[in-house]
Write a protein that binds this ligand. Structure first.
Ligand code: SF4
Length: 225
């Protein structure tokens, strides 16, 4: 009962502060689970990870990176050469085309350097706002929040966002409250929480340290108990 009344009296700012402090204590070194050594490899991995698990991508990328060690090598690949490496990943046709197109554009327009801004990155084939936000936040610690299905769901359940209907609305609401210097790691906190605790079908609320401030838990789960 005490926890429920605490929930209803707290402001959104206080809820954000609680959540960020919790993750700072429990996951101070959160980072992407994609395996990469440089921005080129991360960009390839993130393009491949759309609608696909990081685990599956990590099984696939070592062979790609060995055969195509940089963007110049990848830009010379043909569809038929690259496709077999990507066959086991979701949407292999599109992703094969996107990787080759991306590599060619990086070579032609950016002197072979993976761009460091969202505006430039989204000009590349296969790179949308989410991917560009991931690259700029992971590689350059820019305060850009990539909203995937986990970030979208977890933010809504906890009550960090209110009636957000699109990833962009979620991104904008999160950025209002998360201090700039914490945005890049907060992205990983929310993704990993969604992947392992606040899972889509049946969230593991019993294992979750955010129950006290979580809107979904206080308004739905605690009433069922
Ligand atoms: S209490 Fe449950 S619904 Fe809320 S964040 Fe934790 S796991 Fe998700």
């Amino acid at each position: 009962m005490l926890a429920v009344s605490y929930f209803y009296s707290m402001t959104k700012k206080e809820r954000f502060a609680f959540v960020l402090h919790y993750f700072e204590e429990h996951a101070p070194n959160a980072e992407t689970e994609l395996i990469y050594d440089n921005p080129y490899q991360l960009l390839v991995a993130v393009i491949l990870s759309a609608q696909c698990t990081d685990k599956r991508v990590n099984m696939t990328t070592p062979a790609i990176f060995e055969k195509y060690p940089d963007v110049y090598a990848l830009s010379k690949a043909t569809f038929d050469e690259l496709f077999p490496y990507i066959r086991s990943i979701s949407y292999p046709n599109n992703k094969t085309k996107h990787l080759i197109g991306m590599a060619n554009m990086v070579v032609e327009n950016f002197n072979g350097e993976i761009p460091a801004t969202v505006a430039e990155l989204i000009t590349l084939p296969g790179v949308g706002r989410k991917t560009a936000n991931v690259i700029t936040s992971v590689v350059h610690q820019q305060p850009n929040m990539a909203v995937d299905t986990h970030v979208f769901r977890v933010s809504a359940r906890i009550g960090l966002t209110t009636n957000a209907k699109t990833p962009l609305q979620t991104e904008q609401q999160l950025l209002q409250y998360i201090p700039k210097e914490k945005v890049h790691i907060a992205h990983h906190w929310l993704i990993l929480h969604g992947r392992y605790i606040c899972v889509a079908r049946t969230p593991k609320c019993g294992e979750c340290g955010l129950r006290k401030v979580c809107k979904y838990y206080q308004q739905v789960i605690s009433k069922q108990q």
